[in-house]
Design a protein around this ligand. Structure first.
Ligand SMILES: [Zn+2]
Length: 199
């Protein structure tokens, strides 16, 4: 359980399908200050603790244009998170269809068509503009997380037939609001521990 002990931060509750914040377009970060750096540490800790390979700020209730991705850590055991602040796609190419999951959609997976390669620019935590050329799972995770900051979920990108087959499950997810009307993942925490490719 202490596999994230080398990182500082706290575990944040993850918002679940049905929560309005997952559907909103996130706002650009205006200044990369201590508050933002602290938040990103929390986001990274939460991604690892939830066994995700990516996590976007709106998934923990913060509508700002930040996400983190680490596509290989669960396989290699090495944690190497990449932070994307105010990201912008420069190009996309190729087509790839793979199964995806999402920490905000526990127990749901479906095939999603994405670009196979992307070039993206984003600020890092030091406020430096970085450029990444990504392919395969890294490219897929980036596209999935980028969707989150635009209020898009992977179920918006699947076939109508598949969506129909998930209708009942999605309705179940929507039901689990807390007394503030927020869909958080406490109800699902035990179930999702064995899902390793969720973002
Ligand atoms: Zn997701």
């Amino acid at each position: 359980m202490n596999r994230s002990s080398d990182l500082k931060g706290r575990l944040l509750p993850v918002r679940i399908y049905g929560d309005q914040i997952l559907r909103e377009k996130s706002l650009p970060v205006e200044e990369i200050n201590e508050e933002i750096r602290g938040f990103v540490q929390d986001l990274i800790i939460t991604m690892y603790e939830k066994d995700g390979i990516g996590l976007a700020a709106p998934q923990v209730g913060n509508n700002i244009r930040i996400f983190v991705v680490d596509p290989e850590w669960y396989r290699t055991g090495k944690k190497n998170p990449t932070v994307f602040i105010n990201p912008k796609f420069i190009s996309m190419s190729g087509v790839d269809v793979q199964e995806e999951g999402c920490l905000s959609l526990p127990d749901i997976t479906a095939e999603v068509k994405r670009a196979d390669s992307v070039v993206i620019e984003a600020y890092n935590l030091e406020g430096k503009m970085m450029r990444y050329e990504a392919t395969g799972l890294f490219a897929r995770a980036i596209q999935h997380e980028y969707d989150h900051i635009d209020g898009i979920l992977f179920v918006d990108r699947i076939s109508k037939l598949k969506l129909l087959s998930l209708k009942w499950k999605l309705k179940e997810l929507e039901k689990h609001k807390d007394r503030n009307g927020v869909n958080i993942d406490t109800y699902f925490t035990d179930k999702e521990n064995d899902i390793h490719r969720d973002t």
